[in-house]
Design a protein. Structure first.
Lengths: 110, 115
């Protein structure tokens, strides 16, 4: 079976830093993605890690440790517009099959 | 460049009715996907198509059929709708740019209610 775990909710204040963790147990692993979804909207891509280490894109960074089956999304200088749900997703096959985590709802307070 | 488009945006069906959800992408992507998202939940893969002419089952395929009509279009059919199929349906596409980059592009979603 496939299993991804994320915290259900995280709350932080504007300007702070927040880390959203994702642990996975899957039949295969080719990479870990992160997506953002605002209420009523479609998911939008944030990052993808195929190799161990940290990837940085502006205020967002993503980390992967394949030996620990673990990754995280780091959001810096939080803004109100960052309030959304964040999903990790594992590419489980070479044929581009993906499994999504249950999502973490981030609330940014003024 | 519209990206991924889906029709309809909203639909209400009665139990037992059938319908087809349409999806098209104009990015020349090889792989396309259908997901469902229930309230407060993550996305669950229904079917995917790695390339034109091929389709494969995902995590929750029961009650659905798909057709990859051509490289642009991937449709999802509910033959006999059930209340358990009430959900938001997202279509997505991807073009693998090597093994180090994987971005799925999502359509706006179809909100389906089955009474």
């Amino acid at each position: 079976g496939q299993s991804l775990e994320q915290p259900s909710e995280v709350t932080a204040v504007e300007g702070a830093i927040v880390q959203i963790n994702c642990t996975y147990q899957t039949s295969g692993f080719y990479g870990l993605s992160w997506y953002q979804q605002h209420d009523g909207g479609a998911p939008t891509f944030l990052s993808y890690n195929a190799l161990d280490g940290l990837e940085e894109t502006g205020r967002f960074s993503s980390f992967l440790s394949r030996s620990d089956s673990y990754g995280y999304l780091l959001l810096q200088e939080l803004q109100m517009k960052d309030s959304a749900s964040y999903f990790c997703a594992v590419r489980v096959s070479y044929g581009q099959n993906f499994v999504f985590g249950p999502g973490t709802r981030l609330s940014v307070l003024p | 460049n519209a990206g991924v488009t889906q029709t309809p945006k909203f639909q209400v069906l009665k139990t037992g009715q059938s319908m087809t959800l349409q999806c098209a992408q104009d990015m020349n992507h090889n792989s396309m996907y259908w997901y469902r998202q229930d309230p407060g939940m993550g996305l669950r893969l229904i079917y995917y198509s790695a390339s034109e002419g091929t389709t494969d089952k995902g995590e929750v395929p029961n009650g659905y059929n798909v057709s990859r009509l051509n490289k642009r279009e991937f449709s999802l059919r509910l033959e006999s709708a059930a209340p358990s199929q009430t959900s938001v349906y997202f279509c997505a596409s991807i073009e693998v740019e090597g093994e180090l980059y994987n971005e799925q592009f999502f359509g706006p979603g179809t909100r389906l209610t089955v009474l």
